[in-house]
Design a protein around this ligand. Structure first.
Ligand code: CS2
Length: 494
């Protein structure tokens, strides 16, 4: 059997026997995108689109400079350094694998903790026209109640006294834009690719709030030199498993320390609001639209909410993966009627995407067993996800006096989820930045069930709403005395 080869530039010629390699000369590429947060998702989504653009349309000016800012991202730094920025994308459909594809669009990489000044200089460089990022829901440091930037966050407090060694994306951007202003360089587009509602507006709000507090003289310049388009990003990207690494090595003879797995489906919609020139990304299927809201709502309230629901119900039952929960008729019936009865009334069709069409693809995406997406990934950081994915629907449904039964049931089930034990009697971890609070409030709710709703950063003043609370109490009582399957079945049959 031939030997496997390390993924590196010098081995690409030999690797091309078994995997698709970038069909372009990477040395010709110039960098105009800096992306902060080189997550699996970024590598399956934006970096894939850019790779397509360079490969099929010779757009050599769109190279990506990957940047990570957190110590916990050191592994990405080491792997991408070892592999010359290359990595493998493994696209898995329900029926099997496509030939693995080596992605070559990340042509530079910087690691903040190693050299913060180099990151600041790179972001300040006039070549960079777009600064994009995926920093996850809790990276925005917004106080859920007041909507204000959380100046007291430890990383913020630390960087304010040591501004040339920033810790947050906001600190880095501030220093970079100060340099641009000082040097007479114009600004750029700041592009959020996170799963949060009005992600561009949210970034703008957080960042300008931060600057107003910490560097007020920069504010007027920023307002005229940056734009913050809202975006909708969509591609299911599970956590890479050891068996993916092994299969790539054994079946395709490629030794990649950290390949990325994803589904075939992909979608990227961006509000047409670029600073100076709009990129020509429509050539690879990106949609530029005037009004992003219907797309975002559909995606967050159907796909992401659907994931969270399968995550909570499935974990309580003892399932480990999304496809197991999605192939269980009891859970999928619940999910479908949730979408139909409680989400549909809050949505409007988007210009190029109807609610019905989007919904119809979803269930089969969830059922794709080759993706093997873990429920633990889905349930991680639920305290930041549930308000965006599910409580936003609740707010509308309550204000319209519409049905809220499913949501009351889901929140009750989430309370039980935080007991940390499934119906088979096995314990699982609650992975959340406020896990201690979630566990404590779920425990207190054994005696006083409304307690769980008193987690203010998540629920705000929901505990004082009798319409919701009564339903929640009813379902929690049932859930505490039955298995999740029994409770969902009873709910479905009513
Ligand atoms: C998931 C997302 O955990 C989650 O929030 O729902 O990561 C989801 O897989 C992506 O948004 C798909 O586009």
């Amino acid at each position: 059997m031939p030997n496997s080869l390390y993924l590196k530039m010098e081995n690409l010629d030999a690797i091309k026997e078994n995997a698709s390699i970038p069909l372009f000369d990477r040395d010709q590429i110039t960098t105009s995108i800096a992306h902060i947060g080189v997550s699996n998702f970024h590598r399956a989504h934006q970096a894939f689109y850019i790779n397509e653009l360079i490969e099929k349309h010779q757009a050599f000016n769109f190279g990506i400079c990957g940047i990570d800012l957190l110590d916990s991202d050191r592994k990405t730094y080491n792997v991408l350094k070892d592999q010359d920025g290359l990595y493998t994308l493994i696209t898995k459909s329900p029926t099997g694998f496509q030939k693995p594809k080596i992605i070559g669009s990340i042509v530079e990489y910087f690691f903040g903790p190693e050299n913060p000044m180099a990151v600041i200089e790179r972001l300040a460089n006039p070549d960079i026209k777009i600064i994009s990022f995926t920093i996850a829901e809790d990276g925005y440091h917004l106080n859920e109640i007041t909507g204000e930037f959380n100046q007291k966050h430890p990383s913020v407090a630390e960087e304010v006294v040591n501004p040339f060694n920033p810790k947050t994306v906001f600190g880095y951007l501030t220093q970079a834009f100060k340099l641009r202003k000082l040097r007479g360089i114009s600004g750029c587009t700041i592009l959020s690719c996170d799963n949060i509602k009005n992600n561009g507006d949210t970034m703008k709000h957080s960042f300008l709030n931060y600057v107003e507090k910490n560097e007020p003289e920069l504010l007027p310049w920023l307002k005229t030199n940056t734009t913050f388009p809202n975006t909708m990003v969509d591609r299911i990207t599970p956590t890479t498993q050891h068996k993916d690494i092994d299969a790539l090595k054994n079946n395709f003879l490629v030794e990649d320390q950290w390949p990325v797995v994803c589904e075939p489906f992909t979608n990227w919609v961006i509000e047409d609001n670029f600073f100076e020139t709009k990129p020509n990304w429509e050539k690879v299927g990106v949609q530029f639209v005037k009004n992003i809201e219907p797309y975002q709502n559909m995606k967050l309230q159907l796909l992401n909410a659907g994931h969270s629901i399968l995550g909570i119900l499935g974990t309580l039952h003892g399932y480990k993966t999304v496809h197991e929960a999605a192939n269980d008729d009891v859970f999928i019936q619940f999910l479908k009627s949730y979408m139909h009865q409680e989400v549909a009334p809050t949505l409007v069709d988007a210009e190029n995407m109807t609610f019905k069409a989007y919904k119809s693809t979803l269930i089969s995406r969830f059922k794709n067993s080759n993706i093997n997406d873990s429920l633990s990934r889905i349930c991680s950081e639920s305290s930041a996800k549930i308000p965006i994915f599910i409580l936003s629907t609740l707010k509308i449904q309550l204000s319209e006096n519409n049905s809220i039964n499913h949501i009351a049931f889901i929140i009750a089930a989430w309370c039980k989820y935080n007991d940390g034990i499934n119906d088979l009697g096995y314990a699982y971890n609650i992975v959340d930045s406020i896990s201690n609070t979630l566990i404590r409030m779920a425990a207190l709710s054994q005696l006083n069930p409304v307690k769980f709703l008193e987690i203010e950063p998540v629920f705000n003043d929901l505990s004082s709403n009798p319409v919701f609370t009564n339903k929640y109490l009813h379902y929690l009582n049932h859930l505490r005395n039955h298995t999740i399957k029994e409770s969902v079945k009873q709910f479905n049959d009513k």
